[in-house]
Design a binder for this molecule. Structure first.
Ligand code: AMP
Ligand code: MG
Length: 336
């Protein structure tokens, strides 16, 4: 199959609608990462996503809808969620609600909840408005690989396997949406992202953060899987161990390898003369650069040497979560 990469003009959107109605998958730009979408009501189409990605059968998908879609047909909406939708949607926040069972059970892998996202990206909005159905979509990467933030990244993973990529340019947010469980009295973050705990608490007064305990069945199954791994060898050092990282770089070089550092700007400045991917200075810059640099790293480096950024809290929670997982590091007791 030829994979077309098209800007979201009228012809491309009409083709996308035709594909979705025929039970095919379509990759599309969002402001976080690219998604791989199918009609959430169509069992066979949803299963196609799992098969294409090699995604574990117990890792649920997010249903994407346009900003005027009436989600009360799909889910129960606890009263406090209205303020959250008003404050943050469209945007990089996925909300998990009690499901009304109107989409394929394959979307939520049999759970009684359904997660819904309203992306802000104009490309995603145009696509979702045109198809006017809930679109189940995970990130458009092979399972466990780094999430895609350009159409080329999607092509690198799925060229010849999917019919269409709606190209909206680079995804500026850079890390996946915040996943917020809204089934309890107080919302709880299942996956950190650009909409932070502080931002949510400022709207509804309180916000929990879920930490999986050892041996417990995860509330957000995706968080239990190894993720975001670049396809090259990796090493990881804490910020206080940069000298060890430099020795590691030297050893790789001495055996004819091509090492690269991946570090925040302040650290890269101290590493002049070394090959370095500079993640930037602010949490937002680091989020925007992380996946593109992991993907560039796997193309150019034999060994990618990550150095832990110093900042904590806010958007850094999401950045640290993805970075540590990409380098196979544990963040704490909720990782398996
Ligand atoms: P991805 O689409 O690849 O960004 O992954 C979606 C993430 O949302 C995974 O971590 C899932 O475990 C999580 N998720 C999706 N639906 C639900 C749900 N109904 N309940 C809890 N977590 C969910
Ligand atoms: Mg994913």
């Amino acid at each position: 199959m030829k994979t077309l990469v098209l800007p979201p003009d009228q012809a491309a959107l009409a083709y996308a609608k035709e594909l979705i109605e025929a039970g095919e998958v379509v990759a599309f730009h969002t402001e976080t990462v690219y998604g791989l979408g199918a009609d959430a009501r169509n069992d066979a189409a949803v299963r196609k996503i799992f098969a294409l990605k090699g995604r574990p059968q117990d890792n649920p998908l997010i249903a994407h809808v346009h900003e005027n879609y009436d989600i009360s047909a799909l889910v129960e909406t606890p009263p406090y969620t209205a303020a959250l939708r008003k404050a943050f949607l469209p945007g990089p926040l996925t909300m998990v609600y009690p499901s009304k069972g109107q989409v394929s059970p394959a979307v939520s892998c049999g759970l009684e909840t359904l997660s819904i996202r309203v992306p802000a990206s104009p490309t995603a909005q145009a696509f979702l408005r045109t198809v006017n159905v809930p679109v189940a979509a995970p990130s458009a990467n092979r399972s466990k690989h780094v999430s895609p933030v350009t159409a080329q990244h999607v092509l690198d993973d799925f060229n010849g396997d999917i019919p269409l990529i709606l190209d909206g340019g680079p995804s500026q947010g850079g890390i996946e949406s915040t996943v917020l469980d809204c089934t309890g009295a107080v919302p709880q973050i299942l996956r950190a992202g650009l909409v932070t705990r502080e931002m949510i608490a400022s709207v509804v007064g309180d916000c929990g953060v879920y930490h999986m305990r050892a041996g417990e069945k995860p509330r957000s199954p995706g968080m239990a899987y190894k993720h975001y791994a670049p396809g090259c060898r990796t090493a990881f050092f804490r910020a206080q161990n940069v000298e060890d990282a430099v020795r590691c770089y030297g050893r790789e070089k001495s055996v004819g390898g091509t090492p690269y550092f991946l570090a925040e700007h302040a650290v890269c400045r101290t590493l002049s003369g070394y090959a370095c991917f500079d993640l930037g200075s602010t949490p937002e810059e680091m989020a925007a650069n992380l996946y593109a640099m992991l993907r560039a790293g796997e193309c150019s480096a034999t060994l990618l040497i990550g150095i832990e950024p110093c900042a904590r809290g806010g958007v850094m929670d999401g950045v640290r979560n993805r970075l540590l997982r990409a380098f196979g590091q544990s963040e704490g007791d909720h990782e398996t």
